[in-house]
Write a protein that binds this ligand. Sequence first.
Ligand SMILES: Nc1ncnc2c1ncn2[C@@H]1O[C@H](COP(=O)(O)OP(=O)(O)OP(=O)(O)O)[C@@H](O)[C@H]1O
Ligand SMILES: [Mg+2]
Length: 270
Amino acid sequence: MKPKSKILIIAGSDSSGGAGIQADIKTVTSLGSYAMTAITAITSQNTMGVKSVSPVPANEIKKQINYTVKDIKPDAIKIGMLNSSKVVRTVINSLREIKVKKIVLDPVMIAKGGARLINDQAIKILKNHLINKVTLVTPNIPEAEVLSGVKIKNSNDMIVAASKIIRLGAKNVLIKGGHLNSKQVEDIFLNKNDLKIFRSKRYKTKNTHGTGCTLSSAIITFFSCGKSIKKACELGIKYVNLSILTNPKYGKGHGPINHINSIILKKIFR
Ligand SMILES: Nc1ncnc2c1ncn2[C@@H]1O[C@H](COP(=O)(O)OP(=O)(O)OP(=O)(O)O)[C@@H](O)[C@H]1O
Ligand SMILES: [Mg+2]
């Protein structure tokens, strides 16, 4: 099989392989497309925690994006962790130059443990100047609270927050419900004309490292291959759900999910 589309991923590296750019590459590849990358930061981490974060200079990020794209034009872009206002501005400028229309932004701000990953100034620029340039933004509950100013305790609050994010200029928003304690996990999709609540089985497992990165990469892959953004969200959620269910139980902390659940190996490679 040949790759179905080409995706550029702008995100941070996770040495443990479960989240960040590693999860993004595995997802895009496992769903049949070609992955290219611009690394925004290098993290040293394992399933138990983050040891260090080393940001890549904004100019190097710009070069990775522009030089890669000059040669192989992506059909779509996924944006993950952007950790300073300079980096957010640099990415906005590159997007203007490279003119790719299909973009998903995972506004990574807060780590699983609750620590802020980006400063207030970067959040302000992301909110006022980046969100309105992408097709879809995919905040988790704490990120949706920061973007909307709404305290979220249930799915009704998620809908209120989503409508505020649409008013910020987002074309489509998917608020991820992983952080709530509801029996089923609910992800809320909203745009100007449509509201959809995706309900899935919630698994009792600590192995959910990288679910957010994986979801946004799955969505951009389906979207790049011609699905509507809403259908791409539905399929992406299914892929993550199955990846959690079949997780390989690696590591002593929050282990990775099973990105390769979508792959069937040819007989000669088994
Ligand atoms: N325990 C679970 N069972 C089933 N689905 C889950 C579970 N936890 C998260 N999900 C799903 O995983 C996807 C990502 O949601 P989540 O809220 O975990 O994002 P996130 O906080 O950005 O993740 P990350 O920690 O990777 O940044 C959503 O579709 C959500 O419904
Ligand atoms: Mg996340």
